[in-house]
Structures are given as C-alpha cells and as structure tokens.
Design a protein around this ligand. Structure first.
Ligand code: UDP
Ligand code: MN
Length: 309
C-alpha cells in the first residue's frame, strides 16, 4: 500500500506522494537530520539546530492553539538605545504569526521608541523599574522583577514567556520550534569545550556553586524561557539564591547567569536552543556547524553604556 503525504502527518512542505511508509520515514529522517552536532541530550531533550525541524509543520502545529508569548526585555539607563534595533528585528523574525506581548522594563519610559510598527496581535507594555547603581545589580535584579511581574499579571496574559537581553538583534527565524516547558540556549563561547572549562560558579560559599563533576552544558542567560509556571519557579529560585548570596556578601562570578546554570543542572531544560539562537557578533571566524545565525549579541562599548566598570 502506498500512502500520500497527508496520511503521514508530516505536513505540507515535502512531497511524499507514492512512497511506502518505510520510504517516507526514511525520507523524513534524511530531511531533518544533522550528524555533525548533538541534537538530543542524554535526558532526551531536543537541541534545536537548523535542519532538525520543519518550520511549516511546526508552525501549523502551534498556530491553532492561539498562543501568546510574553517577552521580557530590560532597558535601564543607556541600554534604551538598543531597543529600536531589538524590537524592529524581533518584529521581522521573533515568533512571527504568534501573539507576542513585549514587556519593556525601564527606568526611562520616555526613551522607549514610540513609532515602531507592531504586527497584528503584538503588543508592547512598559514596566517602570528603579535604576540600580551597578550594571551587575541591574542584570541580576531581573530575576526578581520577572518573578513579580509573572505573579502580578503576566500569568494571566500569556502561555509562554521568553526573557531576553536587549543588546541583541534578530537575523533569522526564532519561532515556535523554540517553545517548550523549560528552554535554555547553549553559550556560543563554550559549546566546544569540556565541562571542566565551563565558567560555572565554583566557590562553595555561593548557592550557585556547581561541583566539577556536574553540569551538562553552559547556558547563556541572554535568552531563556518556557511555560509560565516553569519560568516562574526558575526566577523565584534564582532570586532566593541571589538574596542568600547577597546576605553573606557573595556575588556569583557571572551574576544571574551563574544561578541560571545552577538551576538548569538541577532542573534539566526540556528543550535546548543551539548557539544559533544566542550567537555573538564579536565571535569571528568560521563555525561550520552554524548554518544560520538567528539572534546575536551586538558589539557594545561597555565603558560607554554601563554605569560602572
Ligand atoms: N541592562 C540594562 N542596563 C544596564 C545594564 C544591563 O538594561 O545598565 C540589562 C540589559 O537588558 C542587558 C542585560 O541587563 O541586555 C544584561 O547586561 P549586559 O548585556 O551588559 O551583559 P552581557 O550580555 O554583556 O553579559
Ligand atoms: Mn547582553
């Protein structure tokens, strides 16, 4: 018996007409396979790379659920300068076709560009926050502010949440393939190193401490997300740990990123994003495995934009 593509549930993007199910399966594997990179973790979470998913199929799967994706982004002090490029590129590439609610956390609401055209079903709200003195404090306070924003209103307003750095730009699709209960992205500077070289917090005096024989991947805090409940638990735990550390006068080596990494050692993400989803413009040279840069950190003059060295 031969089957048509509609019987296979494999969606509209390939033509499997006239093939047997065995041939179809074989073809699906060939069409969505990468052999040069790790595409599944030892705990069976997918790692999303270009070539491992079918955008048409995955979009069709998610479209009918009418999902709203909350998206938090902090722009405190001079970091408001990054908002225009961030938002304009997000409108072109981020969760296109889904409802997106941006929450811009800022101390300078007047500096949020007002003339950016948002697509249908997309909203932007401003959340006023105080300005902290040190960039480290601004960066790590995000956990607490995201936690309270989820409790106050976001849990009623969205199904998923993504928490993003603002000094970033989208260059390619970041869509429904990135959705999952708990999602984190593999750091572009460390994915080729053994874990002994990951910059985890190692001092046992910090609650973010990860022993040498633990840890799977080193994740970059520039993008993480998932279901509201899961991200709430993550931000609440990290916030509590940040406070414990503060009470004993300790600041983890990479602030909230260290705490995020500790959390993800103990609570494995259900989906991992490859470094395509968190590239760095400062990273030069050829990386054969990166077929498409989707989202990347822009090069910034730290002395100019930050409040302190
Ligand atoms: N941030 C901010 N104002 C600051 C410092 C940081 O709004 O003065 C926010 C902003 O969203 C930024 C994030 O905190 O993207 C993380 O800080 P940064 O990007 O400087 O850290 P890096 O990515 O260089 O480690
Ligand atoms: Mn950044």
């Amino acid at each position: 018996m031969s089957i048509s593509k509609n019987d296979t549930n494999e969606g509209p993007s390939e033509n499997y007409e006239g093939l047997t199910w065995r041939q179809v399966n074989h073809q699906v594997v060939l069409n969505h396979r990468r052999t040069d990179v790790l595409t599944v973790t030892p705990w069976m979470a997918p790692i999303v790379w270009e070539g491992t998913f079918d955008p048409l199929v995955i979009d069709e799967t998610f479209r009918s659920h009418n999902l709203t994706i909350a998206t938090t982004v902090f722009a405190v002090g001079k970091y408001t300068h990054f908002l225009r490029d961030f938002l304009e590129s997000a409108e072109k590439h981020f969760m296109v076709g889904l409802d997106v609610h941006y929450y811009v956390f800022t101390d300078l609401p007047g500096d949020v560009p007002g003339n950016i055209t948002l697509g249908l079903g997309r909203l932007l709200s401003i959340v006023k926050v105080p300005k902290f003195d040190r960039w480290q404090e601004i960066s790590l306070r995000r956990m607490e502010l995201i936690q309270t924003a989820i409790e106050d209103h976001i849990y009623r307003e969205a199904h998923y949440i993504f928490c993003l750095d603002v000094d970033m730009r989208f260059h390619g699709r970041v869509g429904s393939e990135a959705l999952g209960r708990l999602v984190a992205a593999i750091h572009p500077w460390f994915y080729m190193y053994p874990r002994s070289q990951y910059p985890y917090e190692r001092r046992t005096v910090s609650t973010a401490s990860v022993p040498q024989d633990q840890g799977d991947f080193y994740y970059q805090a520039n993008i993480f997300g998932g279901a509201l409940e899961d991200v709430h638990r993550l931000t609440k735990t990290c916030r509590e740990h940040l406070e414990v550390d503060k009470s004993v006068g300790v600041e983890a080596v990479w602030q909230e990123e260290s705490h995020l990494n500790w959390y993800l050692v103990k609570n494995k993400p259900t989906k991992l994003l490859s470094p395509e989803y968190v590239w760095d413009d400062a990273k030069r040279g050829k990386a054969e495995e990166i077929k498409l840069v989707r989202f990347s950190s822009v090069i910034k003059n730290k002395a100019e934009v930050r409040e302190n060295p």
